[in-house]
Design a protein around this ligand. Structure first.
Ligand SMILES: NC(=O)c1ccc[n+]([C@@H]2O[C@H](COP(=O)([O-])OP(=O)(O)OC[C@H]3O[C@@H](n4cnc5c(N)ncnc54)[C@H](O)[C@@H]3O)[C@@H](O)[C@H]2O)c1
Ligand SMILES: *[C@@H]1O[C@H](CO)[C@@H](O)[C@H](O)[C@H]1NC(C)=O
Length: 335
């Protein structure tokens, strides 16, 4: 786990809110010190123990599992003694991932090619869980694409918009509708983790990537809506919403695999996509750390999983102020 990542998640940092009066803040810090209630990043050994006590021998399924965050989730689960069904839409990435996990001496997983946009494919992911391992305990609804980072709302071709929404939104819905009813029928406590993004929580200030940001806002809201529905029927399925900021993954090049099925692409990445790819991979948190934080949230039953709390706080605060400011500029209608 890298040091920078660790520092960002120090328990007391989360209380460093400038809006709080210094005395209140001091009191909160004192409480935290006295009662140890601040959440901290768990050391690997402790996390491993907690996962094992709850999930050893149990079964996780992950979509988009052949790379990045999905692969790290699979690795984290396998390392703590779970079985894993790893699915992905890109067969070459599956072969690579499978080899990599075997080289790490991890076993107890099976892989299949499945496109999250296709309900039949999603049904085969579920069947794979049933036939190989007989149950599902955690479903990671994780596959996603960045779209075309150099294009915005106005110049993203419609077929590309449809691809992005179909993957990042309909793909999630497909996963929820396939897995949740089965998991509820099992009758024991289970978890579903939807991967959205910090980009689904804050305002958009870039002149590009509007379609991605739109899709992630939708992913956030539909997961919150699912949470209310599950709570209302006392479901045995606990939902979680993952909203990471920058993570070091090949999200940009991997998305082109799917885009190339829509239209012919240049061999070279455009400068904006290249720059975005570099930003993710130079500044990003490791996907292994994201996976640790996700499993920590699952064992602690926390709904919102914000892996970059400092960055996220700044951006959601600025969104709040923007909205609040615009309210003060409206005519007073008495409502
Ligand atoms: N990398 C980041 O900075 C970041 C930040 C916030 C959220 N996310 C989200 O995390 C999730 C995982 O992305 P990542 O960063 O690990 O990238 P990644 O490209 O390494 O992993 C995504 C995987 O999803 C697969 N996939 C894409 N479309 C699919 C489809 N239609 N059917 C099945 N599989 C498909 C890809 O083949 C790939 O293996 C995505 O939803 C992404 O939007 C990433
Ligand atoms: C859910 O549980 C509560 C409290 O136990 C109960 O009052 C309610 O009727 C239950 N709702 C459903 C739909 O089962």
């Amino acid at each position: 786990m890298d040091e920078r990542g660790r520092r960002r998640h120090g328990g007391l940092n989360q209380l460093a809110c400038p809006a709080v009066h210094p005395l209140v803040h001091a009191a909160l810090v004192a409480c935290v010190l006295a009662f140890g209630s601040a959440i901290e990043v768990l050391p690997e050994v402790k996390l491993d123990g907690l996962i094992r006590s709850k999930f050893q021998g149990k079964v996780a399924a992950v979509t988009g599992g052949a790379s990045g965050i999905g692969l790290s989730l699979a690795r984290r689960c396998l390392r703590s003694g779970m079985k894993v069904v790893l699915s992905d839409g890109n067969p070459d990435l599956i072969d690579k991932a499978s080899l990599q996990l075997k080289q790490e001496n991890l076993e107890g997983f099976c892989t299949l090619r499945a496109d999250v946009r296709d309900p039949d494919d999603m049904a085969s992911v579920l069947r794979c869980c049933q036939e190989n391992f007989g149950r599902v305990d955690i479903f990671f609804n994780n596959a996603g694409v960045i779209g075309e980072p150099d294009k915005g709302v106005l110049d993203t071709p419609l077929e590309s918009w449809k691809w992005i929404l179909d993957t990042n939104v309909v793909g999630l819905i497909n996963g929820m509708q396939t897995f949740v009813p089965y998991m509820e029928k099992q009758g024991f406590e289970t978890h579903i983790v939807n991967t959205a993004s910090g980009a689904g929580l804050y305002s958009q200030h870039r002149a590009t990537m509007g379609p991605y940001v739109s899709s992630k806002h939708c992913a956030v809201v539909l997961t919150q809506a699912m949470k209310v529905e599950l709570a209302q029927r006392n479901s045995s399925v606990t939902p979680h919403l993952l909203c990471p900021s920058v993570v070091a993954t090949p999200l940009v090049p991997n998305s082109r695999f799917y885009l190339s099925n829509i239209r012919a692409l240049d061999n070279e990445l455009d400068p904006i996509s290249k720059q975005f790819d570099e930003r993710l991979n130079q500044d990003g948190m490791t996907p292994d750390m994201v996976a640790d934080l996700v499993l920590q949230a699952v064992v602690e039953d926390r709904f919102l999983i914000m892996t970059h709390p400092e960055i996220t706080e700044k951006r959601i605060t600025s969104r709040y102020h923007e909205l609040k400011q615009s309210l003060s500029e409206q005519p007073n209608t008495g409502y």
